[in-house]
Design a protein around this ligand. Sequence first.
Ligand SMILES: *[C@@H]1O[C@H](CO)[C@@H](O)[C@H](O)[C@H]1NC(C)=O
Ligand SMILES: *[C@@H]1O[C@H](CO)[C@@H](O)[C@H](O)[C@H]1NC(C)=O
Ligand SMILES: *[C@@H]1O[C@H](CO)[C@@H](O)[C@H](O)[C@H]1NC(C)=O
Ligand SMILES: *[C@@H]1O[C@H](CO)[C@@H](O)[C@H](O)[C@H]1NC(C)=O
Ligand SMILES: *[C@@H]1O[C@H](CO)[C@@H](O)[C@H](O)[C@H]1NC(C)=O
Length: 385
Amino acid sequence: MKVGVAAVCVALLVAVCSVEALNNGLGKTPQMGWNSWNYFACNLNEQIVNETIDNLISSGLAAAGYRYVNMDDCWAGWRDDAGFIHPDNKTFPNGVRPLADKAHSKGLLFGLYSDAGEKTCAGRPGSLNYEKNDAYTYASWGVDYLKYDNCYNDNISPLTRYPIMRDALNATNRKIFYSMCEWGVDNPATWAPLVGNSWRTTGDISAHWASVMSRIDLNDEWWKYAGPGGFNDPDMLEVGNKGLTHTEQKSHFSLWALAKAPLLIGCDIRNLSREVFEILTAPEVIAINQDPLGVQGHKVWNKTFADGAIDVWAGPLANGDVAVITLNRASVQAVIPVTWSVVGLKPGSWHAVRDVWARKDIGHYNNGFTTTVEPHGVFFARIRA
Ligand SMILES: *[C@@H]1O[C@H](CO)[C@@H](O)[C@H](O)[C@H]1NC(C)=O
Ligand SMILES: *[C@@H]1O[C@H](CO)[C@@H](O)[C@H](O)[C@H]1NC(C)=O
Ligand SMILES: *[C@@H]1O[C@H](CO)[C@@H](O)[C@H](O)[C@H]1NC(C)=O
Ligand SMILES: *[C@@H]1O[C@H](CO)[C@@H](O)[C@H](O)[C@H]1NC(C)=O
Ligand SMILES: *[C@@H]1O[C@H](CO)[C@@H](O)[C@H](O)[C@H]1NC(C)=O
């Protein structure tokens, strides 16, 4: 078991950390897919997952990059006398395997959830002390991804519990993406790069603007520790769920994309509106999330007012371009400046600026530009090298 110093960091916009990542070859860019929890919670069954697999393909979401079909809590039912886990008899009467097979037959990948404790958060059997059995079972079902939660953990340190499952997954010889969910309580960014492919930095998100802002701000603190093979996780997307305006959903998706967060859809994709589909499939926004450099964009400037704040977030991309978001947290329209020195470009140098939502170039500038941003909105730009 190796848990040590995972990253050597340099506080520059570009150089960041040399991060030693988990050696399973996965997560070179943030994971993209669907997860059942944010919409269905414990009301999950095989018909929903079956239809979701079909809809990922028929809607075009899979073609946009969403490949993982992940069942969250409540698929597990009982553990037998030999210590092996079985799906819920009522909601998964045909088991997990046929769903994984179906996902694979369509070119998708399949994920499950468990918990590094005696029970899952919803009270189903957990994996603590059964890590080897469970990893073996997942591999035998063709599972490609494990989200591993933190409830009922007997106060055992996550630095002990999470590497045990890492090693059990590795021992199966199947490549299984390892998504750690210890809620950020033990500063996982500082040790998780050697353990998982992503690690939650926060408690659960909910479909409210204040929750979205607090998740991305807490996550931002750890930006230097992210990189290919291991990313910070501010939790799954609430795009498409009731509680956020259209503008807020675009801001949420933009910030997750820039921060190299996992893009895990958390709504019911069987009934997707055109508007939500267009947010989730914006090609130039997704391209920034999936940029091979894998450097997490972060907050580089802000100004606070009585009723909110305006921010500039930025991060470098593999081809030398810079991704920039101006964010208006206030309840009135704001004019937000972007200056080259703030986003890591040389003052006086000419650069073309592209609006990645509109997919249009907006002009050439030699010291910066200004954006006019609606309340809770963003302007998302790609500044050409
Ligand atoms: C298991 O770990 C070893 C050592 O880090 C690594 O070389 C190998 O690729 C891993 N295998 C899997 C399936 O993750
Ligand atoms: C599920 O079914 C099995 C037999 O197929 C049985 O042994 C087990 O007790 C059942 N579990 C629950 C929770 O219903
Ligand atoms: C999915 O649903 C179809 C139609 O009801 C059914 O024929 C098929 O067996 C189901 N597949 C799985 C894996 O549940
Ligand atoms: C589908 O979504 C629309 C609004 O987008 C809603 O009115 C309708 O009830 C939903 N249908 C189902 C079956 O959930
Ligand atoms: C703005 O920046 C200051 C200092 O860097 C920080 O303390 C504050 O929390 C930031 N405000 C927001 C809303 O991010």
